[in-house]
Ligand binder design. Structure first.
Ligand code: ZN
Length: 232
């Protein structure tokens, strides 16, 4: 399976900014208990960033559609996690706009789509850096909107040179891991940006064994110290 950055960039931007349809199959039973299929229940949901914005500004946003009711100035937004996510995305998009020499559009969704148009003429490393940001925005939106649960965090330092933060997160279902500090990634399928998950697993095992060993020898030293004192 080859990884195509441009396709992935388009997909993530779509998820963040375009409305999508959620389709749920429905059925019922007739008098003879035969299952009868009903038309699917189709709901159109706004893009992820729009959903987060709706949580932050339940009475309507200030950008874009100026016909919506303004947010009362005296009431702070009610959901800090959603607000932080929404603000971080705005900050991230602004940073990219400055870097690429773009002027922000009137809505955040349109500004994100604008990035996609511009990034295609950049080199692959820059495209990959944007993809990293887009993916992390998507993940945060999914958590805020309840579509995903946060990945468990490991209390093991990140093996990346110069990082060492205890911010490794593991996605057990996908068999992937990432560090939320340095943005390193690991997966079964490695490529030029993604490390091998097996190598990370061995690092974690070694680290745990090492720290268990260190804890044992600390306990041992403490025991000897006490024994030495009682013998004296
Ligand atoms: Zn790291």
């Amino acid at each position: 399976m080859t990884f195509d950055i441009v396709t992935e960039l388009r997909d993530v931007v779509d998820e963040l900014t375009n409305p999508f349809q959620s389709r749920e199959p429905r059925h019922t039973w007739d008098a003879n208990r035969h299952r009868i299929k009903l038309p699917d229940h189709v709901v159109t949901l706004p893009g992820l960033v729009t959903q987060v914005g709706d949580i932050v500004w339940p009475t309507g946003r200030r950008d874009g559609d100026f016909h919506v009711r303004p947010v009362p100035g005296s009431r702070p937004p009610g959901d800090p996690q959603a607000s932080a996510c929404y603000m971080d995305i705005h900050i991230g998009v602004t940073r990219w706009h400055l870097m690429l020499g773009l002027v922000a559009r009137d809505t955040i969704e349109s500004s994100i789509r604008q990035l996609l148009g511009r990034i295609l003429s950049e080199d692959r490393d820059t495209q990959m850096a944007l993809l990293d940001d887009l993916r992390s925005w998507r993940h945060r939106c999914e958590i805020v909107t309840g579509l995903a649960t946060p990945d468990p965090q490991l209390q093991v330092p990140c093996p990346v040179e110069g990082c060492g933060q205890r911010t490794l997160r593991i996605n057990v279902a996908k068999k992937t891991a990432r560090c939320t500090s340095c943005r390193a990634r690991w997966a079964e399928q490695e490529d030029e940006w993604t490390g091998n998950i097996g190598v990370l697993a061995r690092w974690i095992q070694d680290w745990q064994a090492h720290s268990r060993g260190a804890a044992d020898s600390r306990r041992e030293a403490e025991r000897e110290r006490k024994n030495g004192r009682s013998a004296a």
